[in-house]
Design a protein around this ligand. Structure first.
Ligand code: TRP
Ligand code: SF4
Length: 326
């Protein structure tokens, strides 16, 4: 039986954190066994809100790629590429923009939300409104059937399906309707208990050295009602426990018992969590050091990735032009 095809991507935001790893990246790594995979650095997407300052775009792309590769994305098996290296995405975006009603985009919940949230920034630009059309082009140009994304991206997937349907109806059936595969299952909180986010300064980066990881784990907020070790703890309100849940589920039963019975102190509990994290991060760090010592490696991965992705995009565009009689 033919393998299904996956496409997913991220905007290049620099170094990734443990939340990105637990939420998506670790999942992508596993999907490589069962699917033909395309993983894309969405650098054009980064411009939709970040067009003013592009000075870090290349650096962020490189840093994110090193994290991807260190965590186990495998350029031998998967096409790992940069959006702007495959120009067919832009052509398809243009053509799809012709058949996409403005209302669909204006009604998109992520659009309305971001306009409010980023109200200090001028994002009333055309490219930002068209973000989901570009995303649809990314997916449809490879005829990907499965798209692993976080819940926040579901409205975009729905739009991609609607755009595919409209194209197939207006011209000739060319596109598949891609299905979302929810991948953001265990969400790790930041070390202060809020959502993990670079803008809150509460992340643990995949590239943080061991001392820093220990320091950050020590700073994690725990059960505020617990003062002495003998006080019964409440794991469900504790950030440390949330990490056990997300990254070492085999340990949670024991931890809960010890905590609720006042048999383990938070200091010891944190120390063990730091060990768990360092065990996960150890091989990732090792790989990062290797990659950083190989100049040109990241560039060659991108070149190879684009060389795998491009012929498929080119083929789809031939079908699209034929369908549209262009
Ligand atoms: N919009 C996605 C994000 O911000 C990134 C992205 C761009 C994407 N194109 C995609 C994800 C295609 C999946 C498929 O995370
Ligand atoms: Fe949290 Fe562990 Fe302290 Fe319980 S013992 S409150 S789980 S840090």
């Amino acid at each position: 039986m033919a393998k299904g095809r996956i496409l997913s991507g991220n905007r290049p935001t620099g170094k990734l954190h443990l939340g990105n790893f637990a939420g998506a990246l670790a999942n992508w790594v596993k999907l490589q066994d069962d699917y033909e995979c395309f993983f894309m650095v969405a650098d054009w997407h980064a411009l939709t809100t970040g067009y003013e300052d592009t000075s870090e775009l290349k650096n962020y792309t490189r840093q994110m790629l090193i994290d991807w590769l260190s965590a186990g994305l495998d350029p031998e098996r998967s096409a790992i590429f940069r959006q702007s290296d495959v120009k067919e995405h832009a052509e398809l975006h243009l053509l799809l923009s012709m058949i996409t009603p403005l209302g669909w985009l204006e009604r998109c919940p992520t659009y309305k939300e971001q306009l409010q949230q980023l109200s200090g920034k001028s994002i009333t630009n055309y490219g930002f409104l068209g973000y989901p059309v570009l995303m649809a082009a990314d997916i449809l140009v490879y005829k990907a059937d499965t798209v692993p994304v976080g819940e926040d991206q579901l409205p975009h997937l729905e739009l991609a399906r609607e755009i595919a349907r409209r194209f197939n109806y207006l011209y000739t059936p060319v596109f598949l309707e891609p299905q979302a595969k929810l991948s953001q299952v265990p969400i790790l909180p930041g070390i202060d208990g809020r959502k993990m986010s670079k803008s809150y300064g509460n992340t643990i980066a995949l590239s943080d050295p061991p001392e820093k990881v220990r320091e950050k784990v020590n700073a994690m907020v725990t059960d505020p009602q617990r003062i002495r070790k003998s006080d019964p703890g409440h794991p469900d309100v504790c950030t440390v426990y949330a990490y056990y849940k997300g990254l070492a589920p085999e340990l949670i039963d024991g931890r809960r018992q010890e905590c609720e019975a006042g048999k383990i102190g938070c200091v010891a509990c944190k120390k063990e969590l730091a060990n768990v994290l360092l065990e996960i991060l150890g091989p990732i760090h090792e790989r990062r050091h290797e990659l950083e010592a190989q100049p040109g490696f990241v560039e060659s991965v991108l070149e190879e990735g684009a060389a795998k992705a491009r012929p498929i995009a080119v083929q789809t565009m031939t079908e699209v032009r034929e369908a549209m009689r262009i």
